[in-house]
Design a protein around this ligand. Structure first.
Ligand code: ACO
Length: 419
């Protein structure tokens, strides 16, 4: 491409490499003239070798492996290894990885007793989780030595391992149940379910179909390239903040209803609609600009979200055990009406990952406040993979420019002289 400044006639040639143009060439030609790109909709902020997403064709691959194959054959811990290391583990690599994660699931007693139990009983578990992740930074002060790969690795193991324990502790605190310690004889997902649901039985045995369904959901949520949360992770990480506070910032972004909080918003929406016969009116309201159809639309997917297709299948397995979620019929009716309506077709609005995941979580017995927490557990692997990649790229601190639109210079006026 040749970019010409018509004011001076000066030009610069910029090659298109991997579908992008290098903005530093533009900067050389036009210093002080900035790309105006609110919400970074047209900006690639980094090269990345982790997740390949083709939104036009509904393709999602982790390190080259199609999400459909990983969801069918893999486990969340194997996928976490893949994201962090770049390759699927051999048996010799997988065994110590699982062992390490399993033996780092315990949290310091003070995190639970003094910190988490200090929250009010109706504190949102996601607010508790974000705070608890950040608090871990104070328990592992050595984590700020981010230039040492061994030290980084230790924090990665800790974070992936402790997320289910923190998440379960947040839930137990909200419902007034005593904390359940991790059981190292259980696998990752079964252990999480035991920490959530165990009451008085000596050992909690999770239903294997439900444990597998949750593991599949964890695989589907493990990474999604430069979404809002991952961008927060990379932004805070670029300041060389430690991985705990960086992960807390990513989780905070995920909490928002436009992002990972949408699965909770879907259930509120379906409950509010209440019955199938009220769906057409609701759709009309959305089209008239009175609210959005939660769980629909995506910044990148413009044909379909491949995760939504897998989740719809997983929902059948779960409902066969738990009984059908009564809100399912409303969701199916919305999908049917929306997918044949020009408003949604012309704007390329399709169900996203959040449209059906909430129905599964609810059928499994999770309160809606826990939905985004369930998203944050597996996404931690993705955030950390991006964090490592960022540090290995030795990227500069993220610091965008702005287009200043405020008033020009003016003199200070004493208070009695102001109108
Ligand atoms: N319901 C109704 N209309 C919608 C919806 C929706 N869910 N999403 C987008 N639109 C409309 C907009 O009103 C706009 O219409 P217009 O051109 O007439 O003004 C058009 O579609 C384009 O919408 P944008 O807001 O520009 O799309 P953007 O890429 O910024 O938004 C987002 C993406 C935030 C996901 C949006 O689709 C949305 O709010 N969806 C509902 C919330 C949701 O499900 N979020 C989860 C996303 S997946 C995830 O984060 C895990």
């Amino acid at each position: 491409m040749t970019i010409t400044d018509n004011r001076s006639g000066q030009s610069v040639q910029v090659p298109i490499v991997d579908g992008g143009v290098d903005a530093s060439e533009w900067r050389k030609l036009l210093p002080g003239v900035w790309f105006y790109d609110p919400a970074l909709m047209t900006t690639a902020s980094t090269p990345s070798a982790i997740t390949d997403l083709d939104g036009e064709n509904g393709i999602l691959r982790y390190r080259g492996y199609p999400i459909e194959q990983l969801a069918e054959h893999s486990t969340y811990l194997e996928v976490a290894y893949l994201l962090i290391h770049g390759e699927l583990p051999t048996a010799q690599q997988y065994e110590p990885w699982v062992h390490e994660i399993t033996y780092h699931t315990f949290i310091h007693e003070n995190v639970r007793k003094r910190f988490l139990e200090g929250f009010h009983h109706d504190a949102h578990p996601m607010g508790m989780l974000v705070s608890a992740i950040a608090a871990l930074s104070t328990f592992y002060p050595e984590a700020n030595n981010i230039s040492d790969p061994d030290n980084r690795y230790k924090q990665i193991v800790r974070l992936i391992a402790k997320m289910p324990t923190l998440a379960a502790a947040c839930h137990r605190n909200s419902v007034g149940m005593p904390f359940v310690y991790p059981d190292n004889s259980l696998n990752f997902t079964e252990n999480f379910l035991a920490m959530l649901w165990k009451v008085a039985e000596p050992r909690y045995a999770a239903n294997p179909t439900l444990a597998r369904a949750l593991d599949v959901l964890f695989i589907l949520h493990a990474d999604h390239e430069q979404n809002c949360g991952t961008t927060a992770m990379r932004t805070v990480g670029s300041a060389h903040a430690d991985p705990y506070v960086s992960t807390a910032s990513a989780a905070a972004a995920l909490y928002g209803p436009r992002h990972g909080g949408a699965n909770e918003a879907v259930i509120h929406m379906l409950t509010q609609i209440g019955s199938v016969d009220r769906v057409p009116q609701f759709i009309e309201d959305v089209k008239a600009g009175r609210g959005r159809l939660q769980g629909f639309g995506h910044r990148v997917y413009k044909s379909y979200d491949p995760r939504a297709a897998i989740i719809k299948k997983t929902a059948d397995d779960v409902f066969a055990i738990t009984g059908k979620n009564p809100l399912l019929d409303i969701a199916l009716a919305i999908e049917e009406v929306a997918l044949s309506d020009d408003y949604f077709i012309s704007r390329k609005l399709y169900p996203n990952v959040d449209f059906y995941s909430g129905l599964i979580y609810q059928a499994m017995g999770f309160p809606t406040e826990m939905f985004t927490v369930l998203f944050a557990i597996p996404r931690t692997a993705g955030w950390l993979a991006h964090w490592v990649e960022l540090l290995e790229q030795d990227q500069k601190i993220v610091r965008p420019r702005q287009i200043y639109t405020g008033v020009g210079a003016r003199d200070y006026v004493a208070m009695d002289g102001r109108t």
